[in-house]
Write a protein that binds this ligand. Sequence first.
Ligand code: CP
Length: 319
Amino acid sequence: MNNFFSVEDVINVYDLVKEAIILKKNPYSFKEFGLNKTIGLVFFNPSLRTRISCQKAAFNLGCHTWTLDINKDSWKIEMSDGSVMMKTQEHIKEAINVMSIYCDILAVRSFPNLLNREEDYKEVIFNKILLYSKVPVVNMESATLHPLQSLADLMTIAEIKPFYDKKKSKVVLSWAPHIKPLPQSVANSFSQWISKIKEIDFTITCPDKYNLFENFSKNIYTTYNQNKAFLKADFIYAKNWSSYIDYGKVLCNNSDWMITKDKMKLTNQAKFMHCLPVRRNMVVEDAVLDSPDSIVLKQAENRIYASQIIFLKILQSLS
Ligand code: CP
């Protein structure tokens, strides 16, 4: 593996999930690949899980890491080409080039601006990062995708209901309310990854005008009726996203869409999933998040091994 931007960089998703689950059982078994290697972690946006799980994954592989929070620790970065840099001190071209001199793998988080759909969905910023980096690049959440999260999510589902079970499991991605406009990246990415698993019956439920971009949702059953979607579900994955159609807008904050204990009763005693961070009693009721069926901490734990298997694949290709 060279760069890791999306599921399209993965040869076989089944094998990758299986390998990540095996790695979790013996996480220090590939330390020779990280010897004298450095992973740079660059954040244009805040993070708790991604930052720490990637550091832990690198540690497990014997790698050194450095982390840069661009907005707190660095110069203000200019993203546009050809601009007169009156308010910014360093251009992304030099910044990425230089940072990539200081590491063997560069992992980057850069959220969308949610103002210009075309720019976000062309992944203009991430493509610049790929262009200017001298070393392999890992996507720690870009404008439209969050692949390390999705890999951890698939691992979590597979640990509970292995994909090769005869009976198909039903997974529902449910939009849930939020006060701020959030990216579509987790929802896009989850849909993209889960569509590769034919043993899963996948449904998206969201309010009108919240349908995901068709590249990520084509051939996926999408319904505006949340109660109907929840029937017989084995996993409910809650996530807010802003509208793709009316780009970046919050068109609905109807609390009826919140995940409640009563709604979970419609399911097949479904496991509750969320990538975190989550706003309690806005996205999901305390009673659901704190119930034994909530697997959000397992998802967070699996972020380590999802990152680790990706770093390992890249390190193996470097050696
Ligand atoms: N789920 C996730 O990516 O969490 P952070 O934003 O805290 O990294």
